[in-house]
Design a protein around this ligand. Structure first.
Ligand code: ISL
Ligand code: CA
Length: 504
């Protein structure tokens, strides 16, 4: 296979705080991850993306960075990062780190300096504005986490902009010093062996507080990524830059030879054949250029887990298996969120356990994202499902250990075993698969596409369907799927891969 390592790769998002706890304080950490990279290797992924592990007051669980050059003591040390990266590389896994350039923590030394005096030069690192006489904020922009996007700086009497929590002041990217600082940060982790970056809120760095809304995609943001591309291109092996950018049309403007390589951003699609077809077509169409392809994902640390979105319980899990086959058959990259491979569901946490700033800043009107961030179960019957000897930072619901990694690995019919099989088969087939798909006309409520020898069929409906297709049943999500005399029988909410190599 030619092309850069990330083309067609399977990425796995590690939510560091919830993956594995090495020192039994109830909080996941880097030394917890390192010995479990073998598990991810067995799963078959190519790369991991680590959510922010930098020193942080954790007002947005690491997306409020207080120091871009270190590791949060809760999560370990720089040496722990080095050990993790080294082990990953021994196993042939790549490591992406999360860069948060849109805002810092209010505890970052730049912001602390900025609020120390109205004359401090660091004031120009942020968006400060003078308050109108009536005491209202400088404009009517809203924070993504609820409430106004401006907070009053008590000492200076001025307001500062925060598109997220008040503890996450937005950086002023018009200031060239900010750009210089981030180029240093970029180099720091690449020098340490990181294989690339996932760039948080990548399209919104520049804003004009005088405009009616915080517009994204200002032309200057592309210049920043052109600089970063140049910087990253100086490294071997090849480093990847991935932007968090919503919408395939918008992604296409960033995924350019002189800018970013990929984009991650998830818009949940309901269990409906037409909606899935439109999603796949839109993404394929917007990103259809030589060497460019979408990255497909079902879950991440910001959305309700897809087993739950698809109806929950055994129905949700059946659909999740089918969804996986649909996505793994497509050209492009696939991004998994930790626990997808165990079939984990959203957890309905009690209000007193919730910690997401969305829950806090909306007074509980929005539940927020804690429900998908409950720590992973590793061992059935062990205290706290083997994650930690003490109760983890988010409590586990009863029975959480039912889908523990050890149990799932030992079962031939588990979700995890199915993930492994599907990823391994995709890897075996991929040298034969062209970068495009062809839709095969199919009955309402079903989708069928072909990539040369591979046919992928999915039945979204609650009743069994029969689909004409030639070949050999290579993998199916339902034990009762059959392929006989050119007819594929697909039980409700199931999918299959049919391999027509040698079938003419
Ligand atoms: O702004 C939004 C909705 O109004 C979101 O779509 C937002 O762009 C997205 O949630 C950004 O997410 C990322 O940055 C956040 C952090 O809380 C998330 O966990 C992270 O994925 C702020 O850093
Ligand atoms: Ca720990």
């Amino acid at each position: 296979m030619t092309g850069p390592w990330w083309r067609g790769a399977v990425f796995y998002e590690i939510y560091v705080r919830s993956f594995a706890d090495s020192n039994d304080d109830g909080i996941g950490d880097l030394p917890g991850i390192t010995p479990r990279l073998d598990y991810l290797k067995r799963l078959g992924v190519d790369a991991v993306w680590l959510t922010p592990f930098y020193p942080s007051p954790q007002k947005d669980h690491g997306y409020d960075v207080a120091d871009y050059y270190d590791v949060n003591p809760e999560y370990g040390t720089l040496q722990d990062f080095d050990r993790l990266t080294q082990r990953a590389h021994e196993l042939g896994l790549k490591v992406l780190v999360d860069l948060v350039p849109n805002h810092t923590s209010d505890q970052h030394r730049w912001f602390q300096a900025a609020i120390s005096s109205p004359d401090d030069p660091h004031r120009a690192f942020y968006h400060f504005a003078v308050a109108p006489a009536d005491g209202s904020p400088p404009n009517n922009w809203r924070s993504a986490f609820g409430g106004p996007a401006w907070e009053r700086d008590e000492k200076g009497g001025a307001w500062y902009l925060h598109l997220f929590a008040p503890e996450q002041p937005d950086l002023n990217w018009w200031n060239p010093e900010v750009r210089t600082e981030f180029e240093q940060i970029l180099k720091f982790w690449l020098d340490r062996g990181a294989d690339g970056y996932r760039i948080d809120v990548a399209s919104a760095l520049f804003k004009r507080p005088e405009s009616p809304s915080p517009a994204r995609d200002l032309p200057e943001v592309h210049d920043v990524y052109r600089r970063w591309r140049n910087l990253a291109d100086a490294y071997r092996p090849e480093r990847v830059l991935v932007g968090e950018i919503f919408g395939s049309q918008r992604q296409a403007r960033y995924i350019q030879p002189d800018q970013l390589n990929l984009a991650f951003a998830l818009i949940p699609v309901p269990w409906n054949a037409n909606r899935w077809k439109r999603w796949i077509e839109d993404d394929m169409h917007a990103l259809h250029r030589p060497g460019v392809a979408p990255t497909w994902d079902l879950s991440n640390h910001d959305v309700i887990r897809h087993v739950t979105r698809f109806g929950g319980g055994s129905l949700g899990r059946r659909r999740a298996r089918a969804a996986l086959l649909l996505l793994l058959g497509l050209p492009g990259q696939v991004l998994l969120f930790q626990g997808d491979e165990l079939g984990l569901e959203e957890v309905d946490l009690p209000p007193e356990a919730r910690q997401d700033p969305i829950f806090i800043h909306t007074q509980g009107r929005y539940l927020g994202r804690d429900g998908c961030r409950v720590p992973l179960p590793w061992l059935k019957g062990a205290a706290n499902a083997g994650f930690s000897a003490v109760e983890p930072w988010l409590p586990m619901p009863p029975g959480w250990d039912r889908s523990a990694v050890a149990t799932e690995e030992a079962s031939a019919t588990s979700m995890l075993t199915f993930y492994k099989r599907a990823i391994a088969l995709r890897r075996r087939l991929s040298p034969w698969l062209p970068p495009e798909i062809r839709w095969v006309p199919a009955k309402a409520g079903t989708l069928v596409y072909r990539r040369e020898r591979l046919s992928v069929a999915c039945n979204f409906q609650a009743r069994l369907v029969r689909i004409p297709v030639r070949g050999r049943l290579a993998l199916a999500t339902a034990p009762l799927a059959r392929l006989k005399d050119g007819w594929l029988t697909l039980p409700p909410n199931s999918a299959a891969w049919v391999d027509s190599a040698g079938a003419g």
